[in-house]
Ligand binder design. Structure first.
Ligand SMILES: [Zn+2]
Length: 422
């Protein structure tokens, strides 16, 4: 019997996806009326509403500190509950009657902590702009959400998703696609208590530590610029390294084709260490990964790629178990079960070896949308952010949907660590 099995765990992992990248110059943008997708995420005064980033969920406790005066509000009615000159490192935890913070138990289920003087709040040792929402879940755990202006959020995203040493145009491109992705998410999750995960499930956001003056300058230079297709923001996927050609979105995700995500040739990501790669993975490792993902796999009799995308990606794999069971998986599903470090991309060939299977592949990430290392290569070759975006998202238009009313000041004692993309 042949059947296709798609476990809920796999579907959830795929749904998380990864995202964004692009950049453009203001002179290339036309002033237009925001589309309805954007309007839902933009306030009446023309500025985007605050982005709400889920820093952690269902936690039993976390530490909080601040070096400046803070106010703790009841987030339901905004009544002030506590005025603090500063917050020495304190453990925040749920209590039977509410939330314990700074040696007090506040009888409320949702708190807002606002630090004055634009000072940063420190959560579990990492510093963040904006304010903090602490929400007690029905199960008695804590969700911690960082709410902050969209472009402040982008300062960290661009610094977390790229290397600081990359050329300016690559940072601008990343800022534009990260803004586009965030607005798309802010519209699609407006019914939830947060908009964005702080991980590659959406976009990497690590707080002030990944900012740098050159990163903030690139974000500020692109303020309000987004990519639109048919006058709508779209889920402008991006990834680390394509290895020569980006992939069509419908070949990787359960999504309909979209012109800007049809896949393009890329001759600029050869400097990535993932441009070409090889891995030998034992059968036991594969079985273990699939069992952790919720399957009842015991042993593998054979594993082969049965369908390839037009550019050669492993679109479908057939796995036959030692018990004779036959399963098919998308290449992207198979990769996510094994883990992105073990199997960097869904573009690979597979051969049986004495120990398990030899995978030879190219690229890192799902392969859809902008190739970040390719963007870096195009920028190094003198291309502008607009040209980079035009290449990786054919048919998309660069538009300014709002103008920044405030360019945020850097928070005190800023860090400028070299970091980066994979
Ligand atoms: Zn590439």
């Amino acid at each position: 019997m042949r059947h296709r099995r798609r476990h809920p765990v796999l579907v959830a992992m795929l749904g998380a996806g990864i995202v964004v990248a692009l950049a453009l110059l203001p002179s290339c943008a036309r002033q237009v009326e925001p589309t309805h997708h954007v309007v839902r995420a933009i306030a009446q005064d023309g500025s985007p509403r605050l982005a709400r980033v889920l820093l952690m969920n269902r936690r039993e406790r976390f530490t909080l500190s601040a070096a400046a005066p803070c106010t703790v509000y009841n987030a339901v009615n905004e009544d002030p509950l506590l005025e603090l000159r500063s917050i020495a490192t304190t453990t925040v935890r749920p209590s039977a009657n509410g939330i314990a913070i700074a040696s007090r138990i506040l009888p409320h289920k949702t708190l807002r902590v606002v630090c004055h003087r634009d000072a940063a709040l420190t959560v579990n040792g990492a510093r963040y702009r904006g304010h903090l929402l602490i929400r007690c879940t029905p199960a008695g755990r804590l969700d911690v959400i960082n709410a902050l202006p969209l472009d402040d959020y982008l300062y960290s995203v661009v610094g977390s998703e790229t290397y600081h040493s990359w050329p300016r145009a690559a940072h601008e491109a990343q800022a534009i696609i990260a803004r586009t992705y965030a607005l798309w998410r802010m519209a699609s999750r407006s019914h939830l208590h947060f908009d964005l995960y702080a991980t590659v499930a959406d976009q990497r956001y690590t707080g002030v530590a990944k900012e740098a003056p050159k990163i903030r300058a690139a974000v500020d230079a692109t303020a309000g610029l987004v990519l639109l297709y048919q006058m709508k923001v779209f889920r402008c996927y991006y990834h680390s390294t394509c290895g020569g050609h980006t992939e069509a979105v419908e070949r990787v995700f359960d999504q309909p084709p979209l012109l800007p995500l049809t896949g393009v040739a890329c001759a600029y990501c050869g400097d990535s260490k993932y441009h070409r790669w090889s891995r030998e993975i034992t059968a036991d490792t594969i079985v273990g990964a699939f069992r952790r993902a919720g399957t009842d796999l015991v042993g593998i009799r054979s594993l082969e790629v049965t369908k390839r995308t037009p550019i050669g990606g492993a679109q479908q794999l057939k796995l036959v178990t030692t018990g004779g069971g036959r399963y098919t998986y998308r290449g992207s599903e198979f990769r996510l079960v094994l883990g992105s470090q073990k199997l960097p991309s869904p573009w690979f060939t597979v051969l049986a070896t004495s120990k398990g299977y030899q995978f030879d592949g190219r690229g890192f990430g799902h392969g859809v949308g902008l190739c970040q290392w390719g963007s870096r290569g195009m920028a190094a070759a003198g291309r502008s952010a607009a040209q980079i975006l035009q290449h990786y998202y054919p048919g998309a238009a660069l538009q300014r949907v709002y103008r920044s009313k405030r360019l945020a000041r850097p928070p005190p004692a800023e860090a400028a660590d070299e970091q980066g993309a994979t």
